[in-house]
Design a protein around this ligand. Structure first.
Ligand code: PLP
Length: 404
């Protein structure tokens, strides 16, 4: 008789965004005359840039001819893309990462969920709180997180590193020593960042205690301030303690096209086993990775024309972020983020809980955001708005919120 993986049953409640979806549908059904502005889900709205569309067309054409047809992609991804990544994202920033330390994939969600599989079940994880829920959820499903306490919404075997206004939304080194440390900067959902010096402290700490940092840099393209690192490999010693996750979703609009990569330096070892060799055996090698067509589109992200077009897209979203951030501050809200990230993090007024504020905003302004508590217990009392909508909608949402 087969058995299921009972760890899957431990995940509490339904997925944050499906709960939001249900609430919004119910509201719309009850009030068909009201228009709703969605500043909730972290999906992009701008179409793929012309340089990317051109690359896609020409790759599709290649697939139609025997001489230029491509079948299974190479394990790590095509060299043309890995070379472009190694040059633009690392060498040009003075970081020592070789093309064969880059594993191309179909996006950072899969990689951030699957990366824990190369580690034993007895590793203790530490996470920023609040943060992108995939890190904890994937460890829950693997059976690494202990017992869930519904009253605190915390797992007994997870080290939570609170990121709240008191510490400027930056985690402090934990008292209990973790084995795997998930860091995400610029952070989803708070939009906060840490400086290069702060990140260096984490790298030094990880090397000292023998921990691995899994660094999610999905929002790196939105960094506008000088002293904020674009990659963990800007720090000395990161090659022996860090794995980096990157996505093409937020910088280039690949949320539906799917492309990302993971960097595992060959110096990152457990005894004499290189983690690089373990990830080379990951699920999906060859069959599940990004298709040739998509990898050609990814190459265009690094062309001069592609870069210029994408800089404009990022600037468009960041103009929305500034509009929302400044407008809410003017209206008396306590806000942060929105400077190095497309997320605005708002303290809920009048001691409302995150979900109370969600309902209040939906019912009175027709604006949908994301309750901070959905990203971890320290997100309670906060609320996330995204800059990924249109400028017109950002302005309209702001006007409605100001009138409350
Ligand atoms: N990492 C973070 C921090 C995210 O917020 C997201 C998506 O919202 C992802 C990864 C997923 O990226 P992808 O679309 O490449 O799977």
């Amino acid at each position: 008789m087969f058995k299921i993986n009972e760890n899957y049953l431990k995940l509490p409640g339904s997925y944050l965004f499906s709960t939001i979806g249900k609430k919004v549908s119910a509201f719309q059904a009850a009030h068909p005359e009201k228009s709703i502005i969605r500043l909730g889900i972290g999906d992009v709205t701008q179409p793929l840039a012309p340089a990317i569309i051109e690359a896609l067309h020409s790759a599709v054409e290649e697939m139609g001819h025997a001489e230029t047809f491509h079948g299974y992609a190479p394990d790590l991804g095509y060299e043309f893309l890995r070379n472009a990544i190694a040059k633009n994202d690392y060498a040009d920033r003075g970081c020592d990462i070789a093309a064969d330390e880059i594993f191309v994939s179909d996006g950072a969600k899969c990689d951030s969920g699957n990366i824990q599989e190369i580690f034993g079940l007895d590793n203790k994880i530490a996470v920023c709180d609040p943060v992108y829920p995939v890190y904890v959820d994937s460890n829950v499903m693997a059976g690494r997180t202990g017992i869930y306490d519904p009253s605190t919404e915390m797992w007994s075997d997870v080290i939570y590193m609170p990121c709240r206004a008191e510490n400027n939304f930056a985690p402090e080194l934990p008292e209990e020593t973790p084995d795997l440390i998930y860091l995400c900067f610029p952070n989803n959902p708070t939009g906060s960042t840490i400086t290069k010096e702060q990140l260096q402290e984490w790298v030094d700490y990880a090397n000292k205690v023998g921990a691995v940092i899994i660094y999610d840099a999905a929002y790196e393209a939105y960094i506008s301030e000088e002293n904020v690192p674009h990659t963990i490999f800007e720090c000395q010693g990161a090659r022996t303690c860090a794995i980096e996750l990157k996505s093409f979703s937020k910088n280039a609009g690949f949320t539906g096209t799917r492309l990302g990569y993971t960097v595992i330096p060959k110096d990152l070892k457990c005894g004499d086993v290189a983690l690089h060799s373990l990830w080379a055996r990951r699920h999906g090698t060859k069959y599940n990775g990004a298709p040739y067509i998509v990898q050609k589109a990814g190459e265009a992200v690094y062309s001069e024309t592609g870069k210029a077009q994408l800089r404009q897209q990022v600037a468009y979203y960041m103009n929305n972020a500034k509009t929302i951030l400044d407008g809410l501050a003017e209206a008396g809200y306590t806000v942060s983020g929105g400077v190095n990230a497309p997320y605005i993090w708002l303290k809920t007024p009048d001691k409302m809980s995150s979900w109370q504020f969600f309902d209040y905003l939906l019912e009175n302004a027709g604006v949908v955001g994301t309750p901070g508590s959905g990203f971890g217990p320290s997100g309670e009392g906060y609320f996330r708005l995204t800059a990924f909508g249109s400028y017109e909608n950002s302005v309209a949402a702001l006007e409605r919120i100001k009138k409350l």
